[in-house]
Design a protein around this ligand. Structure first.
Ligand SMILES: [Zn+2]
Length: 174
C-alpha cells in the first residue's frame, strides 16, 4: 500500500536528500493496526515538468504482524506514474483549456482518459470538501475542464493527497 505524504520540499531537494529526508512514519499498520517497522528503501525515477529525470528513494515499512508493506510516496507523485503530478496536471490543463500538447498525443490522451474516468469521484470529492453544491450539470469534457481549473487553482499536491486519503486511490487511477 502507498501512503501519500507531503514532504513540503521540491523534487530536486527530495532527490538530493536521499535517505536524509524527514520520512513520515504512520502510527500503525493500516491493515491490522500493529506497529510498523522500517524496511529499507526502493529506488525510482521521477520526471519533473522541466523534463529532467530525478532519481529518488521511497521509504518502505513492514508490519511484522500481517507481513504487509507500506511505502511513503511523496505528494509530488501520483502512484504508478513516472512524470510528476505537476507535469501531468499541467498537460491535462493545457490540453483542455487551449488544445495545447505538452507531450506527444498518445501520452496526453492517456492522462486525459484516466482523469475523465475519475470525474464522478472528483465531483463527489469537491462537493464534500466545500460542503455545498457546486453545479456540474455539464457535458463530460466541460466537467473535466472545470475540474482541472479547480485543481490547478488550488494546491494540487495537497488536493491529490486528500483525494487519496479519502478514496484510497488517486484521481489518475483506473
Ligand atoms: Zn499489519
Amino acid at each position: 500500500m502507498q501512503v501519500i505524504h507531503d514532504f513540503k520540499t521540491s523534487i530536486k531537494k527530495y532527490s538530493s536528500q536521499g535517505k536524509k529526508n524527514d520520512f513520515f512514519l504512520p502510527e500503525e499498520c493500516p491493515f491490522c493496526h500493529d506497529k510498523l517497522h522500517k524496511n529499507g528503501f526502493y529506488h525510482r525515477y521521477v520526471i519533473s515538468i522541466d523534463g529532467k529525470t530525478h532519481s529518488i528513494l521511497i521509504r518502505r515499512y513492514r508490519c511484522h504482524h500481517c507481513g504487509r508493506t507500506v511505502s511513503i510516496l511523496p505528494s509530488f507523485l501520483f502512484p504508478r506514474f513516472q512524470r510528476s503530478l505537476e507535469y501531468i496536471v499541467c498537460c491535462i490543463k493545457e490540453y483542455l483549456l487551449q488544445k495545447k500538447l505538452l507531450l506527444y498525443k498518445r501520452a496526453i490522451y492517456f492522462y486525459l482518459h484516466r482523469f475523465t474516468h475519475n470525474i464522478p469521484g472528483l465531483i463527489a470529492f469537491f462537493r464534500d470538501k466545500y460542503n455545498f453544491l457546486i453545479s456540474f450539470d455539464l457535458a463530460r469534457i466541460k466537467k473535466a475542464t472545470k475540474l482541472i481549473k479547480m485543481i490547478w487553482s488550488s494546491d494540487a499536491q495537497i488536493l491529490s493527497k486528500e483525494y487519496q486519503d479519502h478514496f484510497n486511490q488517486s484521481f489518475m487511477a483506473l
